[in-house]
Design a protein around this ligand. Structure first.
Ligand SMILES: C[S@@+](CC[C@H](N)C(=O)[O-])C[C@H]1O[C@@H](n2cnc3c(N)ncnc32)[C@H](O)[C@@H]1O
Length: 238
């Protein structure tokens, strides 16, 4: 999917993927995990979560009740809307990054939108490197990897893996359906794909749910089945 595709979606307000409510897996599955690990937290040090390809998802509002949130999003409209929808005015800051030791060709241009404990990096996720950001306790992928065609998924997974620290936990929601019945995005990703994309990591499937009315956020799909699966992905020795 080219950047122009996503920019056009935001310009046309064609946001079928955008949820009107918080994803239920967060309170069902993430909350108990956070609570069970609460005793490991260092006092006065908030836990952190990274949200790649975050759009203007209000899941970040839920996450901000528990963590410091850092999102990465291509669209300026998405970043602005996330805050203006909440009547928050934010003046973005320009940031030019370059991975240390690399040529200027690899530099990334970002805008940073920050308010309280939420910071959105507007720019190309693939230009954002893990050494520019802290090591996160959590990473949350909802409708990010499934937004990318097969040809981009390994690049994305490899890049995302560079953000998975020794103790980070990636909470990833995938979508399963017969791909031949629907032209993506979204793109179906099955358990064997997740195992392959994140080979070398420990992959646990925590939950699945059948979307009985075949509705994904604001879109209804004409497919024979539609299922969301939740994975917890960590380093092998975690
Ligand atoms: C399907 S949407 C999902 C958004 C969000 N995760 C949610 O749950 O609503 C995919 C998002 O990825 C963004 N995106 C696509 N390519 C990107 C890239 N290279 N870097 C950063 N964001 C990107 C798009 O602009 C879009 O907002």
């Amino acid at each position: 999917m080219k950047a122009s595709f996503w920019h056009a979606c935001w310009e046309r307000n064609s946001l079928g993927f955008h949820q009107k409510s918080i994803h239920p897996f967060l309170s069902q599955y993430l909350l108990p995990l956070i609570t069970s690990k609460a005793h490991l937290n260092k006092p006065n040090k908030p836990q952190t979560v990274f949200v790649p390809l975050c759009g203007k998802s209000d899941d970040m509002v839920w996450l901000a009740e528990h963590f410091d949130v850092v999102g990465a999003e291509l669209s300026d409209i998405a970043c602005q809307d996330f805050f203006t929808d909440k009547n928050i005015s934010v003046i973005p800051k320009s940031v030019v990054t370059s991975a240390s030791g690399e040529s200027l060709k690899s530099k990334g241009e970002f805008k940073q939108y920050s308010h309280q404990n939420i910071t959105l990096w507007q720019g190309d996720f693939f230009q954002l490197t893990s050494n520019q950001l802290p090591v996160f306790d959590w990473i949350y992928d909802r409708a990010a990897i499934i937004a990318l065609p097969k040809s981009m998924q390994q690049n994305y997974a490899t890049h995302l893996s560079s953000f998975i620290g020794e103790h980070s936990q990636l909470f990833l929601i995938s979508l399963e359906f017969p791909q031949e019945e629907l032209e993506g995005p979204p793109f179906a990703i099955f358990e064997q794909d997740i195992e392959r994309l994140f080979s070398g990591f420990k992959v646990q499937c925590l939950a699945d749910r059948e979307l009985k009315d075949k509705t994904f956020a604001q879109r209804k799909f004409n497919v024979s089945y539609l299922k969301e699966k939740l994975y917890l992905i960590t380093h092998n020795d975690t």
